[in-house]
Design a binder for this molecule. Sequence first.
Ligand code: ADP
Ligand code: MG
Ligand code: MG
Length: 254
Amino acid sequence: MLEIKNLHASVEGEDEQILKGVNLTINKGEIHAIMGPNGSGKSTLAKVVSGHPEYEVTEGEILFEGEDVTELDADERAHLGMFLAFQYPIEVPGITNRTLLRESYNTIARENDREELDPLEFDDYLKERLEVIDMKDEFLERSINTGFSGGEKKKNEVFQMAVLNPKLAFMDETDSGLDIDALKIVSDGINKIAGPENAIVLITHYQRLLNYITPDYVHVMMNGKIVKSAGKELALELEDQGYEQLEKEFSVNG
Ligand code: ADP
Ligand code: MG
Ligand code: MG
């Protein structure tokens, strides 16, 4: 589904590389976790994969379902079925969750030759999807993320995912700032969404989230590269030992 080959990227217009040769293959039906210390490039990877305009790919390529998407805009990628939950979700006062979601849903439906939903049909669909994250209807009328608590923003990301049904989702620090109840709801939601036809990448500094969602693969990112990949046991190892040992092993600058 996703193939990242020797990906190098910098902030647009700057020389310094943040991603320094990332290789990663993700297949349908898989859950991957990307872990690593602060500043290792995890969020940058998620943003570059989703086409964030702040960054520039200087070498390498990103293939999505065999198509080279390296130069596509973020919205073109979203229409193909790629989804990024931002670490710091934006607030959009004046546009309700419902409106944004219907626009997005129908745009994706049009692009993929699927039927659009009229407002009534869409409402029924939304109500059914709200159950994924245990949210009340009133959530739909609120302006996007405005005045949401940290936990509500995270739930909203998972809700957006439940509604838009992306093929590939990157969730950046979805667990940060959640109390234990919210963490359970968010993880439950992600588990309900995960299926044989999609793939989910969880980016997380801590292994806490992985107590609730079992990844097929765990990758460690350090200094702009994936330096280690293994099964779910790697997360526990890191929890035990921290990143220091790996940091010593991979303490190359550049
Ligand atoms: P992580 O998510 O692993 O904590 P980031 O991807 O946020 O790491 O950051 C990786 C490195 O790139 C950091 O040193 C960070 O300061 C730098 N960086 C990322 N985005 C920008 C940006 N827009 N401008 C300047 N530096 C950036
Ligand atoms: Mg960071
Ligand atoms: Mg980050």
